[in-house]
Design a protein around this ligand. Structure first.
Ligand SMILES: Nc1ncnc2c1ncn2[C@@H]1O[C@H](COP(=O)(O)OP(=O)(O)OP(=O)(O)O)[C@@H](O)[C@H]1O
Length: 359
């Protein structure tokens, strides 16, 4: 069997969930490959949690089927599915030690003492809590509690682990650290992770594939690079970070903005002259100096300079009321006095192929 006809770990086949008169999830088709770190990404209310709950069996779909490893599990309760869930709230047992929290599921299944002991020790190692087996949950930090919750979910060796915004309660620094660790753990155990988040950076950093949801539907499904570099819709382009999204008319390798100059975008096959388009160029793809030969160069006026440590963001007005956000690494103008300030006229350019043009 080649990869294209391997049985997906999770398949949602025409799945919908209707609450009263509205759909939380609408006609969702999704295949999640075994062993992948897969993220469901989208703004609040787009249906991420509902989708996850339908995979876990906590919510039944109103239409469609849920398949795990090719088997239709629609209607089966959570404990009859080879799936485990980690919630944001950790939900540890406060009266049990860390080791007993992790062992809980194994004991219920009747796994013998020696095997339980061995598997709990393995899990403690995996999540780097080896020395804390006998501690009580209330004595742990947020990050450590989250690791216990993860160990407790993984010790049963589920085929699929569902994670609902598990890092949301952590502060930014710990969150970044846990993102890297969680991805390492996923690789090590090789279990399929389905991860819910509204944080674009988090999804880009951790995932093998991402499904971007909007109002209960999949807008785009692909690798982080696909989603960021080649967004399939205005929604995805603007949801995935700052995108300088503008509208205009395409003609012969340029987009004449509705309000503003003509922007060089390169020849586009498949878009005919006179088509109304959305055009976007990411802030980090815009150059402010060292232009390449033949790079078309425009000019504008700096309206704002925002310093944020490693980078500086400039807001450049290119026509009355039309501004572009431009991101520069602070290697380019290392000294503060070399940076542009408000009111200065600057030149900028980009490689036309870095422009996204959506008909
Ligand atoms: N039990 C319910 N009864 C009625 N409506 C619900 C119920 N659960 C979810 N919804 C609605 O379904 C939609 C999708 O909710 P869901 O929780 O799946 O979104 P989400 O993307 O996970 O959002 P968030 O990031 O805010 O958790 C929302 O409009 C929500 O109000």
């Amino acid at each position: 069997m080649d990869a294209t006809d391997a049985i997906p770990a999770v398949r949602l086949d025409g799945v919908s969930k209707q609450f009263a008169d509205s759909y939380a999830v609408h006609d969702l088709d999704l295949d999640i490959e075994a062993g992948h770190f897969f993220s469901l990404l989208g703004p609040s209310g787009c249906g991420k949690t509902t989708s996850l709950r339908m995979i876990g069996g906590f919510t039944d779909p109103t239409e469609g089927s849920v398949l795990l490893a090719g088997e239709d599990v629609t209607g089966l309760p959570p404990n009859k599915r080879n799936v485990n869930t980690v919630f944001q709230s950790y939900a540890l047992f406060d009266h049990l030690s860390i080791a007993d929290n992790i062992a809980f599921g194994l004991k219920r299944k009747g796994v013998d003492r020696a095997e339980t002991h061995k598997r709990v020790a393995e899990m403690l190692d995996l999540v780097q809590l080896g020395g804390l087996a006998d501690r009580m949950p209330r004595t742990l930090s947020g990050g450590q509690r989250q690791r216990v919750a993860l160990a407790r979910a993984l010790v049963n060796r589920p085929a699929v682990l569902l994670l609902d915004e598990p890092l949301a309660a952590l502060d930014l620094k710990l969150r970044r650290q846990m993102q890297v660790e969680l991805k390492q753990i996923q690789r090590e155990v090789g279990i399929t992770f389905v991860f819910v988040t509204h944080d674009q950076d988090e999804a880009l950093t951790m995932s093998d594939r991402i499904a971007v949801l909007n109002a209960g539907r999949v807008e785009q499904c692909g690798t982080p690079e696909d989603i960021y570099e080649h967004p399939a819709s205005r929604f995805v382009a603007s949801f995935m970070g700052t995108s300088n999204l503008m509208t205009g008319t395409y003609r012969a390798g340029e987009v004449a903005l509705d309000q503003g100059p003509a922007l060089p975008v390169g020849r586009r096959s498949g878009i005919t002259d006179g088509t109304a388009v959305s055009v976007s160029v990411r802030p980090e793809k815009i150059w402010l100096s060292d232009f390449e030969q033949d790079m078309p160069v425009l000019s504008g006026v700096i309206r704002e300079t925002v310093y944020s440590g490693p980078t500086t963001t400039y807001l450049i007005e290119i026509a009355p009321g039309v501004t572009l956000s431009v991101l520069e690494q602070n290697t380019a103008r290392a000294r503060m006095e070399d940076r542009w300030s408000g009111g200065e006229t600057v030149e900028f350019g980009w490689r036309p192929e870095h422009c996204l043009v959506l008909a």
